[in-house]
Design a protein around this ligand. Sequence first.
Ligand SMILES: O=C1C[C@@](O)(C(=O)O)C[C@@H](O)[C@@H]1O
Length: 250
Amino acid sequence: MTPVSFKGLSLGSGIPKICVPITGADSNTVIGQAGEAVSSAADLAEWRLDYFNDLEDTASIISTANRLIEILGDLPLIITLRDRAEGGKRQIADADYLNLYTQLVARTEVTAIDVEWQRDPTITAQLITLTRAHQVRTIISHHEFEHTPTKAVMVDQLTKMAQLNGDVVKLAVMPASNEDVLNLMVSTHEASQQFSQPIITMAMGSLGAVTRVAGQTFNSVMTFATTSNLSAPGQLTVDQTRQILKIIAQ
Ligand SMILES: O=C1C[C@@](O)(C(=O)O)C[C@@H](O)[C@@H]1O
């Protein structure tokens, strides 16, 4: 694995990094949650833009993003537009998705954006080219909210995402058994031996909780944890996660 720097934070070396989601529906709530993220033990923050009320108001989104970045200071910011099909709050057409990310990459100092692997490949390719030109990182992501694929399929999904040449790949699955959870961990470990990009994976829900704290054991480099509002089932608090990661790293 070759570590990738997110605003000086090294993903892929040392203890997995803790990312706190920001899920406010309006600017004031978003800004308030950024303050909570800064006072927490998190390493970085993710603005889940699909939770925002007004996705048509680009000016307000850009000014909120700039304010967020200012408040977060040294903490890197990832911006994520998660479609309903992948467990997000909104259905977002490819053209709107491309347009909003293009504005954000060009007009803010965002550290990284999350790009859904299942989008039209021309959109993904355009976003990767654009982010490279602006020194913005990309996380290529995929979510299986209904089930956990087989090990072979998960390794294949991770490998195909890595082939798009973003900076990091991410896979979240919904387990129905202990075996699903173990398979997610084994697939992540196996994929990490096959390509150099850092990998983020998790099994969601309470059944998958171990995957949110054991990334160091199976080579997942980041985990999502909350200060208040969950952005996916099974997330622990930042404090709980920090404590367990420390114990495991001893
Ligand atoms: O992709 C992910 C992972 C996640 O779904 C989780 O399960 O922690 C939470 C999302 O906010 C983030 O974008």
